[in-house]
Design a protein around this ligand. Structure first.
Ligand code: BTN
Length: 237
């Protein structure tokens, strides 16, 4: 991945640029990176704060030969690749929070946004957006998220080289993706569970209709969360 890189100083959102490139036929592995996003987007229509020169804001185009229902597995795969790269570069073992936030010391430093362009039976492209807080100081976060957000440099206590981290992420993403296409989701699932410290603990998970509280038992071979409620009923989310 990353043989075709579109580097931009300032964009609205790398997701938007990647989507356009995907429509124009961009190859699998094409990457859009920006120094700054003026309209960075998060999941559930939230904003993603993406100031200049501090984080990694990038979107990767994939064209996987898998049914559209399996696309969420790619988000979990991406979370594993980023967690591994963070561990390699900082020596900090991060925590993956279902489905795909990456936390250090309970605070979020990475968000992943996967967007799918597909027919009911065929994927045209998947755009995986990755937002990584790398060198922000705490004052550089908007006040309303200071209690829940962090950056790698805050946690590590020193500046982190963004280029090195990008390289490690792309390397691992490519490796895991090849492994996934060859052997399926199971090896990824085991790696994902290794980073998910919430397994065996009570969590509140978002469902299609609201939220549900229960013990996170793990994820299935399909990449679905198994949640046990207080009546010992297992729900697949
Ligand atoms: C989340 O809500 O946790 C997901 C955040 C995803 C942010 C990244 S930054 C690069 C890409 N471009 C965007 O506008 N969003 C994603």
């Amino acid at each position: 991945f990353g043989r075709h890189i579109h580097f931009e100083e300032e964009v609205t959102s790398t997701q938007q640029i990647a989507l356009k490139l995907a429509y124009e036929g961009a190859k699998e592995g094409t990457l859009v990176i920006a120094e700054q996003q003026t309209a960075g987007r998060g999941r559930m229509d939230r904003k993603w704060f993406s100031p200049k020169g501090t984080g990694i804001w990038m979107s990767l185009i994939l064209r996987p030969p898998i049914p559209p229902q399996k696309a969420p597995q790619l988000t979990l795969l991406t979370a594993v690749a980023i967690a591994q790269a963070i561990q390699e570069v900082t020596n900090i073992v991060p925590d993956i929070k279902w489905p795909n936030d990456i936390l250090i010391n309970g605070k979020k430093c990475v968000g992943i946004l996967t967007e799918l362009q597909a027919d009911p039976d065929r994927i045209h492209s998947v755009i995986i957006g990755m937002g990584i807080n790398v060198n922000q100081t705490i004052e550089q976060f908007p006040e309303e998220i200071r209690a829940i957000a962090t950056s790698l440099s805050i946690e590590k206590g020193e500046r982190i080289q963004r280029a090195k981290l990008i390289q490690e992420i792309l390397l691992r993403l490519e490796r895991l993706y090849e492994q996934y296409l060859q052997y399926g989701f199971r090896p990824i699932k085991l790696l994902w569970e290794g980073y998910a410290t919430s397994i065996g603990k009570e969590i509140v998970a978002r469902t299609l209709t609201g939220t549900m509280k229960g013990i996170a038992l793990g994820i299935t071979d399909e990449g679905v969360l198994m949640l046990e409620d207080e009546d010992k009923q297992i729900h697949y989310i």
